[in-house]
Design a protein around this ligand. Structure first.
Ligand SMILES: CC(C)(COP(=O)(O)OP(=O)(O)OC[C@H]1O[C@@H](n2cnc3c(N)ncnc32)[C@H](O)[C@@H]1OP(=O)(O)O)[C@@H](O)C(=O)NCCC(=O)NCCSC(=O)c1cc(O)c2ccccc2c1O
Length: 335
């Protein structure tokens, strides 16, 4: 170090700090994720000076219906007054929020409405009470062809709901208190983000009750926790507490039960500050490779959507409608 100028010394210090940053574990570790989840309000930079703190008060929730105007029986559907947040709650607490076909049909109606509502930017998915987010398919409705309630035939319609959440071009945040097990565990996994209360319990139960989800329940889980852990979760069908789930990469953060909604709302408000189109593209980009052709279709559709908003896109349409040749010569052929 002898003979080193102050500037050179500073440069070495900066490089060491940057290297130390790269050496932090990429995934998991309670300490890392606690630091990350609190990061929004800890910095005194221009962004934070301009935007200030995200408020954490609970919004005023207003009951919502979809376009059919039909009342919901198994779920509660709400929108926050004056904010772009929707909340969809499975409301069968005496069954630990297990779903039957009726529940899934209603969930699909509500998610569809939240998707189509331009004022909604983020959707919270949760269960009534503190004992369960969702305990999966209601076993008392299970027959030989799947789950049946009012219909004479069974169905596994939760698979359609999983696809719907995955493709929905707005973030869906699972807000989990209590059990998220069986098909309920798969539902939280297909959400974009999971915020867990410290009483949350995660796991698959299928092999214990003669069932399994070999679709997203296996593939997305394997992506989240790695194949070895995924096999463990399915073969042993153990339960994991919130801290263990966080270490495994199943959840984004764990908060005390009494702060669960407050923290979830903060995450929603942080998302709502950001560019909706950027978020839409980020969701489709993160899912693209895993979702194969469907992933490409989603991100490809987003590209078309953006292109329609350009002068170049509208020149083609306008020329067609005006029965003239389009003049694409004015648009740059970018490198
Ligand atoms: C979730 C529990 C661990 C909670 O235990 P706890 O002791 O707190 O509560 P109780 O067990 O006393 O439950 C209270 C009350 O609720 C009823 N209940 C709870 N869960 C269910 C359920 N899933 N189905 C029906 N009923 C349920 C329970 O019977 C009690 O009723 P009382 O009348 O006695 O008061 C624990 O409850 C538990 O382990 N639950 C079962 C979890 C489970 O095995 N879920 C099903 C897994 S299979 C599945 O979900 C599934 C669904 C699909 O649609 C698929 C589609 C395609 C492929 C695969 C699928 C799939 O695997």
């Amino acid at each position: 170090m002898a003979g080193m100028t102050g500037k050179e010394f500073e440069a070495i210090n900066r490089r060491m700090a940057s290297l130390a940053g790269h050496l932090l574990p990429a995934q998991g570790g309670a300490a890392t994720s606690i630091a990350l989840s609190n990061c929004s309000s800890k910095f005194d930079d221009t962004y934070h000076r301009v935007h200030g703190e995200v408020p954490s008060h609970i919004p005023q929730w207003k009951p919502a219906l979809d376009e059919s105007g039909k009342e919901f029986i198994d779920i509660i559907y709400e929108k926050a007054v004056g904010e772009g947040i929707a909340k969809i709650t499975i409301n069968r607490p005496d069954r630990r929020n297990a779903f039957r076909p009726q529940t899934v049909k209603e969930l699909m109606r509500a998610f569809n409405d939240a998707r189509d509502d331009n004022s909604i930017g983020v959707i919270i998915f949760t269960g009534t009470g503190t004992k369960a987010f969702c305990s999966g398919g209601d076993q008392s409705f299970r027959g030989k062809e799947g789950y049946a309630d009012y219909d004479s035939f069974g169905r596994l319609n939760v698979l359609d709901l999983q696809v719907q959440i995955r493709r929905l071009p707005k973030p869906v945040i699972a807000m989990v208190a209590g059990y998220a097990v069986g098909g309920g565990h798969v539902l939280h996994m297909v959400c974009d983000i999971t915020i867990a209360a410290d009483n949350a319990v995660f796991g698959q139960t299928g092999p214990k009750v003669g069932s399994f989800d070999a679709g997203f329940g296996a593939s997305i889980m394997s992506r989240l926790v790695g194949p070895k852990r995924a096999r463990e979760m399915w073969y042993l069908a153990r339960f994991y507490n919130a801290t263990e789930a966080e270490k495994m990469g199943l959840v984004n953060t764990v908060v005390p039960l009494e702060r669960l909604e407050e923290e979830t709302i903060k995450w929603c408000r942080e998302i709502m500050r950001n560019s909706p189109m950027a978020i839409r593209l980020c969701k489709s980009a993160v899912n693209a490779a895993d979702d194969g052709h469907l992933g490409l279709q989603q991100i490809g559709g987003d590209a078309t959507l953006l292109f329609y908003g350009t002068d170049e896109g509208s020149e083609g349409k306008t020329a067609y409608l005006e029965r003239r040749k389009p003049d694409f010569s004015k648009f740059p052929r970018l490198p």
